[in-house]
Design a protein around this ligand. Structure first.
Ligand code: FES
Length: 178
């Protein structure tokens, strides 16, 4: 990324910022695919934290909202290919659920931070490609605004409270010393 682009938006690349992606991987396919990527030494950025779930349908919208609210820059849900789900229709249900969640997130401008992918146990290379691609997309979007706008405000409020509590304690101590 050019220096001008980084100056224009410091949350995009530069400044040592790397996206944080939470990946919910189904136990039977995608988690094994991630494992294969590791064993096969397919390179992908260390931007992803993997959380194993038994099926992609286990991921509730509230999990996604919590991850984004807690500052994840992106959330990936990875499951078995359609027709391969170990719980028959789990991934079809997940697809409907994630699409609905995406529609809801679109109203907040967060929809591109959520991605659904089908990755089988034999697709280690594909796993690494998906992570690389999603990382690049998130870099273009920049940091999760929860982190850049809301968190600094919370920290500033916390600092204000702490300093007024400190001042109050110092006043009390001063009046006791007299
Ligand atoms: S078991 Fe993998 S998506 Fe359902």
């Amino acid at each position: 990324m050019s220096e001008e682009a980084v100056k224009a938006n410091p949350t995009q690349g530069g400044n040592g910022w790397e996206p944080k992606i939470l990946a919910f991987c189904c136990n039977w396919c995608s988690y094994a695919g991630a494992d294969l990527a590791g064993v096969s030494r397919f390179q992908y950025p260390p931007t992803v934290k993997i959380l194993r779930v038994m099926c992609s349908s286990r991921v509730e919208p509230s999990f996604i909202l919590k991850a984004l609210n807690d500052g994840a820059d992106g959330v990936l849900i990875a499951g078995c290919h359609i027709g391969d789900c170990h719980y028959i229709d789990g991934n079809r249900n997940a697809e409907i659920r994630i699409n609905n969640t995406k529609k809801a997130l679109a109203k907040l401008g967060f929809d591109k931070r959520l991605r659904l992918e089908w990755i089988s146990a034999s697709e280690g290379l594909r796993f690494s490609e998906v992570i690389r691609d999603f990382t690049e997309e998130i870099k273009k979007l920049g940091q999760n605004p929860v982190k850049t706008k809301i968190e600094p405000q919370i920290n500033a409020d916390e600092r204000r409270l702490n300093s007024s509590a400190f001042k109050h304690a110092a006043d009390v101590q001063g009046s006791e010393d007299k």
